[in-house]
Ligand binder design. Structure first.
Ligand SMILES: *Cc1c(COP(=O)(O)O)cnc(C)c1O
Length: 488
């Protein structure tokens, strides 16, 4: 563990050896056993991204006047994105950002400032989002003083238009729809939600962070895809992540607006600073040239046919997985996903235990709640693992159906703990903290068995306890251990 700057610089070889060694502790996602966080269009695409990123490693898009290359790349990435998303020559404008969260933060900040100008009486402003909308909206509300009102979703896990209508108040400024939602992969009824927004004079943001660079190609392949983009009247802004199904390097997303007048509320300029006149479009000041150049590069490398090929491979994997899961009577897919995000639930089994059995077999599935399910995001690099996955899933189901003695003991012990969770002693809590890492996607030291933990978290009487527990974890991620970690 390094706790202070090395007194003398190390050689390039020493540093690289250390980096490579550290990396061996990470999950190797290339074998298709990890179902979130990483999107890859294959080894050739990865090498191109590395080269493109490296070429513009030091360049800073904070001042595009100095780097006309970056200025053009960003403008072209935005034009290509708008064209793909129904905003061709219609006046749609936008910016590149560091990711979906920044795009959503900006959409919410823009809506807030639009409302301050046009509807100053709406205080505090409210944004109505479906229950399934990404937590980035809560984060944005938290940062910018906007109330996020969550409306229940329907039995198919899509936004319920009537419930959204009921959630509107005289302080509402915007309605949100997801295309698709992360948890269940279904596209909300964007046409109806945008029509509702239009009728009430509200803004409507479509969170197409997942679908923006996938759904247009899925549709061209002949799959039914509901309307979700700027072709829908009433949609005023849209976020789409290049670093997901755009297959770009991390740190690339777009936020698009129907017109310049709305985007104007996003921009910031400081004109009286002693350092000179300073203007910036997004949250970041300095902006990595590499992320912009790599996004531009991958869009040109793949082109329309490349994205179509990738989407076809993904949808074929999805088809096989859905078919295989349907053949397991204990399991089912939640709702009817429109794309390549699947949630697996069970009426009869503890689905978290199925998740543990899959972890024991080397698969990494995210756990979801309300209702409990396992989550899969299928990307181009998952092609070919379907049979292996389905065989292990079937075996996992069998294992959970016939629990061994050891698991029954663990379950009984943690069942007792859950009843006492509220008054949990500190050492217990820290032990739990070690285990709860998996909750946030983990740091590589994923515990083999998390089902009891999730069951326990679900039974904690006070959601605030969970929040504190999770924030403890977040703090822990940037702290070096005092002593060797005995949890791992
Ligand atoms: C991933 C995602 C986001 C957030 O994007 P980040 O790039 O992780 O910040 C927002 N909305 C949806 C639907 C997403 O899938």
């Amino acid at each position: 563990m390094t706790r202070s700057l090395p007194p003398h610089g190390q050689t390039r070889d020493e540093v690289l050896t250390a980096l490579h060694a550290a990396r061996t502790e990470d999950i190797d996602w290339r074998d298709g056993r990890l179902f979130s966080l990483v999107y890859s269009a294959g080894p050739e695409a990865t090498v191109l991204l590395q080269e493109a990123y490296a070429l513009f490693l030091s360049e800073n898009a904070l001042n595009p006047g100095v780097f006309p290359s970056l200025r053009r790349f960003e403008a072209e990435v935005l034009a290509m994105s708008a064209d793909l998303l129904g905003g061709g020559p219609s006046g749609v404008v936008g910016n590149m950002t560091s990711g979906g969260t920044e795009s959503i933060l900006l959409a919410v900040k823009t809506a807030r400032d639009w409302a301050r100008h046009h509807h100053p009486e709406r205080q505090p402003p409210e944004i109505v989002v479906p229950a399934s909308a990404h937590p980035a909206f809560d984060k944005a509300g938290h940062y910018f003083g906007v109330q996020i009102v969550r409306a229940p979703i329907d039995a198919g896990y899509r936004a319920d238009v009537a419930a959204v209508a009921r959630a509107l108040s005289d302080r509402t400024i915007m309605i949100v729809a997801s295309a698709p939602s992360y948890p269940h992969g279904v596209v909300d009824p964007v046409t109806d939600l945008a029509a509702l927004a239009k009728e009430r004079g509200l803004l409507c943001h479509v969170d197409a962070c997942m679908g923006g660079f996938m759904l247009p190609f899925v549709r061209r392949l002949g799959y039914p895809v509901p309307a979700f983009d700027f072709t829908v009247p009433g949609v005023t802004s849209l976020s789409a992540d290049l670093h997901k199904y755009g297959y770009a390097a991390k740190g690339a997303s777009v936020i698009l607006y129907r017109d310049r007048a709305l985007r104007r509320f996003q921009l910031h300029a400081a004109t009286d600073w002693s350092g000179g006149i300073y203007a910036s479009p997004s949250l970041s000041g300095s902006r990595p040239g590499g992320a912009i150049a790599a996004a531009w590069a991958i869009m040109h490398f793949l082109g329309e046919d490349g994205y179509l090929r990738a989407a076809a491979a993904v949808m074929e994997s999805v088809g096989r997985l859905r078919q295989g899961i349907a053949a397991l009577p204990e399991l089912h897919i939640l709702g009817d996903p429109d794309m390549s995000l699947l949630a697996i639930g069970s009426q009869r089994l503890d689905i978290y235990e199925v998740g543990d059995e899959m972890t024991a077999r080397g698969w990494h599935l995210d756990r979801q709640q309300h209702p409990p399910s396992l989550h899969l995001t299928i990307s181009a690099h998952h092609a070919g693992m379907e049979d292996l996955f389905l065989a292990d899933l079937a075996a996992a189901v069998v294992a959970v159906r016939r629990p061994g003695l050891r698991r029954r003991v663990v379950r009984a012990a943690l069942g007792a703990a859950s009843r006492g969770a509220r008054a949990m002693p500190a050492p217990w809590l820290s032990a739990l903290t070690g285990r709860a890492r998996a909750l946030l996607g983990g740091d590589g030291s994923l515990p083999a068995r998390t089902a009891p933990l999730y069951g326990m978290l679900a039974t904690l009487p006070n959601r605030g306890d969970i929040r504190e527990l999770v924030l403890d974890l977040v703090e822990g991620f940037t702290t070096l251990p005092d002593r060797p970690d005995r949890e791992g």
